[in-house]
Ligand binder design. Sequence first.
Ligand SMILES: *[C@@H]1O[C@H](CO)[C@@H](O)[C@H](O)[C@H]1NC(C)=O
Ligand SMILES: *[C@@H]1O[C@H](CO)[C@@H](O)[C@H](O)[C@H]1NC(C)=O
Length: 473
Amino acid sequence: MSITMRHLLNIIIVLCVGLNWGCTEGTQEREVDSHTILVSSLFPSSSSSCVISPKASNTKSSLHVVHRHGPCSPHSSGNVESTDQDDILRRDQERVNSIHSKLSKKLTDRVKPSQSTDLPAKDGSTIGSANYIVTIGIGTPKHDLSLIFDTGSDLTWIQCGPCAAGSCYLQKEPIFNPSSSSSYANVSCSSPVCASLTSAGIGRECLAPNCFYGIEYADNSSSVGFLGKEKFTLTNSVVFDGVNFGCGIDNHGHFHGVAGLLGLGRTKLSFPSQTATTYNNIFSYCLPSSASFTGHLTFGSVGISNSVKFTPISSTGFASFYGIDIVGISVGDKKLEIPLTVLSTPGGIIDSGTVITRLPPKAYEALRTAFKEKMSNYKATLGRPRLDTCYDFTGLATVTVPKISFLFNGGAVVDLGAVGVLYGYDISRVCLAFAGNSNDGDAAIFGNVQQKTMQVVYDGPGNRVGFAPNGCN
Ligand SMILES: *[C@@H]1O[C@H](CO)[C@@H](O)[C@H](O)[C@H]1NC(C)=O
Ligand SMILES: *[C@@H]1O[C@H](CO)[C@@H](O)[C@H](O)[C@H]1NC(C)=O
């Protein structure tokens, strides 16, 4: 480039900055500040084909993550429970309420007498709408069982037969029977693992010599049973002996045909903590953009992107949760004016099981106002419970929505993927996929719609959570 050309460019740049000429209205900038998406990508494809993530197939410590409803689910041919969107969001709110109550119990629990012998402990957790599942081999010979994966709890549990002593809900795979597994062992009351149930917020009882656990969820779902040890097979070449887990003999509730739950929380009872000598308590996952794709859950640091941006994990009132602090939000090119205390006072967590991101009321209102401004070309329509900013996209093939980015403590700026902004009921009702909490003091929850397609990294030893774009389809 000649000196004169460069000189000229410099002048233009200076003019843009100095005169606020609206240079950001140029096409290049507009692409950066918004996403243009196919309206059809907001809904599960009607085709019955599943696109498998190459990542999970090529990495030994990787599992396929599938949406519970849809062509990739091992249950898709069966009698799937309601996919009614209002129902999913009602369960989502139950989960949010239980998270908030766990976080706020911090002080009152300290003054209450220990309830560790009450079984089950009503811990107020809820399974929510349980969207994402993985399949793990358990026992010898191994049984492949599909489990809800959950970063908000620690104890992995499955239904154990025979269910004669208690009760089992319907599940798709045959029920695991510990007496026909040569690698099963009971955990005794005197084991420190039994004591660790309490710090993970789970009820326990000693019926010597066995340690019993009990979890009751806010929607009256529950699992009660033996604390056991078993062989867990992730992939054919990756096997762990002696993983502590709950062998549930009395199980009730809304688990939608899955065999149980994989606990990925922060205490030493969680699966990542128990496999820390191999994987160093590091794992990552990617939730697919729609039910027609698989994502992955990968243990260890293999495959972690170079472009991950990390934020420190903060401690919360509940030991299992991964606390993260949102310090700012931008819509398009504009950083919202949210007083820092609005976000810092209640704090926040990241949760794989909450669907819609919850924000403190004032932060949500600022987001909604800015979003509506950018969406003023589209036809607004009535909202639904909890989602109050909706549009009718009938007749449109593509829509352009503002990019939303979150600024986390430590300076990580995370642009949400194109599928992390909207929640589609149907083409005549597509809504901003965020909701406000009802109280200023309730924590923000970074939910799974917003996490879609990002690689989300949980680094235990580094005490940090990170995000990178384009982790999966
Ligand atoms: C575990 O304890 C139960 C109840 O006492 C017993 O029936 C079962 O045989 C035990 N399993 C093993 C493998 O010891
Ligand atoms: C759970 O059970 C209790 C007592 O039976 C009942 O009052 C409550 O409404 C139930 N909650 C749900 C969410 O079903």
